[in-house]
Write a protein that binds this ligand. Sequence first.
Ligand code: NDP
Length: 296
Amino acid sequence: MEDTNRDFSSSQNPFQTMPRFSGKTVIITGSSNGIGRSAALLFAQDGANVTITGRNAERLEETRKLILKSGVSESHLNSVVADVTTSGGQDLLVKSTLDKFGKIHILVNNAGAGIPDATGATGTDQSIDVYHKTLQLNLQAVIEMTKKVKPHLMETKGEIINISSVAGQPRAQPDFMYYAIAKAALDQYTRSTAIDLIQYGIRVNSVSPGLVATGFVNAMGMPDAATQKLCDFMSSHKECIPALVAGQPEDIANIILFLADRKLSSYIIGQSIIADGGSTLVMGMQAHSFLDILKS
Ligand code: NDP
């Protein structure tokens, strides 16, 4: 039986010249910085119409200029300043995308952040307000965007890619427990929506990054140098990152494009691909050689 959703023809054609996302429209939340910015650049360079967005107009303009500088035409870009946690912001994203491009084929739910407690409280002492804000951004906004984009993805048999985190894996995260709770719930949402939506031909998958050098740490109120300091520490300790290198936004963006490309990943449904330089495979006690300990 022929499966029209699984067309391998052009991925097998070495002479194909058409960009692989030509004619496709992508909304990428949180594309004013970091992983989302990198994904927006790669999608646009690969032929897609891209809606880029974030709250910070200046940083969003940097993303727009970066994409235009790479040779992409203005007609392929829709730049929208919006807060993705507000209903008005979500509606604006969907409406402006449809107004400019007519259809939506891919939704990348990438906007996210660890929200620190203003009082400096950590662990169980963090306020319920921080809990609400953290879940609103990292979970609820994804649920709301999914509901709003669903009818349009049903038309195009589209793709959703959620950006989770290794913080959502079943290991303790006392410093950022609400963020970890939100990402763990997001993983369950990815699995459940994947099975709910595949009946309409919509695929849902996710990426779970480990440490990636982005604006994430600065967004928590840390100084510019903090990201480098954290990356230097983590990448010089094999029990933190066995690959001894911090991730770059492109490492994650390439996986997002892979999951959005039905010709390459059509049989992957409801999964989260972990990209963390090996971090989640290491238990502290296994990072040290038993034999060396016994010999010393
Ligand atoms: P950045 O801080 O560099 O980017 C986060 C993006 O989210 C920005 O564009 C920011 O835009 C946007 N954003 C945050 N809050 C809102 C909001 N309320 N409304 C609209 N946009 C918002 O971080 P990353 O690129 O690292 O983060 C991308 C995703 O990757 C997140 O989901 C994060 O949880 C995840 N992740 C990151 C890891 C890392 O080590 N960097 C590790 C694991 C997961 P603006 O400020 O303009 O609103």
